[in-house]
Design a protein around this ligand. Structure first.
Ligand SMILES: [Zn+2]
Length: 358
């Protein structure tokens, strides 16, 4: 809005009068203001309040031939020829004085209505001025139009422009800067980016594992891909049967290694009786140690002098027991095969003598 110029005629600004949307109210009945003088209470002190109905007043300048007042209210200042006020825009501004000195020959009062204009200064991190925006209207959003600020690298870091600070608050590149309410200086802010490849932590691949002979403990040695630094950690070892698992956590990631301690499959099948009378049965127990469970058994027989094996049907559902009755007095070979879950098969052959008389 344009400034309002009030050129006073005699008597025009008596208390209560309104000109150009500005109402002047004197604190005392004797207060008055005209083209000749302003009387702030005829020596006793007094006040004028300027109230605008056309927008907030942001400045007032009262020009006069001479000015002599004391104890001016906040925001007002005086030279020998002008009284002026400039502050936070307000609908109502009061001029008061303690001694009520007289101003002679007021030539003009200028009210500035509306927003103030401010200066926004943009500095680099070291204080170098990058841009200065003057006459930025109050309420406008500050905008930097210059080249992206830079900061030279040093021994440890490179620097990436990351926003602005007003000295109190730091704003990121995606943050909105607050609207202008006064002169403000923004200083560029930089994020330091370490030249150390491991500044944000080491980077590890699979470790080398070292197991105790009895698999009760294990260690894992990691070598950083970035700095080659080596780190050895004790693993947490658990086992499920013969399978041992070692676990370590580094950099938030878990690494595991397993060892299979399963003993080799040993066929321990046996015949309950090593010699029998003809017609008596031979009882055969299928058994094994080690190997991957479960172990299954098959049973065979043949006369020792022959080469062809004959199958004996297991006597139990579990297949761990079989029985065979020789029909002749002869030497019989019994074969038991034990096969574990991994398909490992171990045979055991033993010879039973079938005789007429024990
Ligand atoms: Zn590293």
């Amino acid at each position: 809005m344009d400034d309002i110029f009030l050129n006073y005629d005699y008597g025009a600004m008596e208390s209560g009068n309104t000109i150009g949307g500005i109402t002047v109210t004197g604190s005392k009945g004797v207060n008055w203001m005209n083209t000749y003088c302003i009387d702030l209470g005829s020596g006793a002190g007094g006040s004028f309040t300027f109230t605008s109905s056309v927008g907030d007043i942001s400045s007032i300048v009262i020009s006069a031939q001479t000015i002599s007042v004391e104890g001016l209210s906040t925001g007002w200042s005086a030279t020998s020829t002008a009284l002026s006020w400039s502050g936070t825009p307000a609908a109502s501004v009061t001029l008061s004085a303690s001694s009520g000195g007289t101003i002679y020959t007021i030539s003009q009062i200028v009210f500035t209505i509306g927003t103030n204009a401010y200066t926004v200064t943009w500095n680099n991190w070291d204080g170098t001025e990058l841009e200065k925006d003057t006459d930025v209207e109050e309420g406008a959003t500050p905008a930097y139009d210059g080249v992206t600020p830079t900061k030279a690298e040093d021994n440890n870091n490179t620097y990436e422009f990351s926003g602005w600070t007003d000295g109190t608050t730091t704003y990121g590149l995606n943050d909105a800067l607050p609207s202008v309410t006064g002169d403000v200086t923004y200083t560029a802010v930089f994020e330091a980016i370490s030249k150390d490849p491991c500044a944000k932590g080491h980077s590890y691949g699979e470790p080398a594992w070292f197991w105790a002979d009895d698999l009760s403990t294990a260690k894992a040695t990691f070598v950083c891909d970035g700095c080659k630094e080596s780190t050895t950690l004790d693993a947490e070892v658990t086992n499920e049967g013969y399978i041992y698992t070692a676990k370590v956590t580094i950099g938030g990631k878990e690494y595991t290694d397993t060892q299979d301690n399963t003993p080799a499959l040993e066929n321990t099948s046996y015949a309950v009786n090593e010699s029998v009378k003809v017609g008596e049965r031979i009882e055969i127990a299928g058994s094994a140690e080690g190997g991957a469970a479960p172990v299954t058994y098959q049973y065979f027989f043949k006369r020792s002098e022959n080469t062809k094996w004959n199958t004996i049907k297991p006597a139990t559902d579990a297949g761990t027991y079989a029985k065979f009755t020789p029909t002749k007095a002869a030497s019989y070979d019994i074969k038991v095969t034990a096969t574990d879950a991994d398909g490992v098969c171990v045979s055991k052959i033993f010879t039973i003598e079938s005789v007429d008389e024990l």
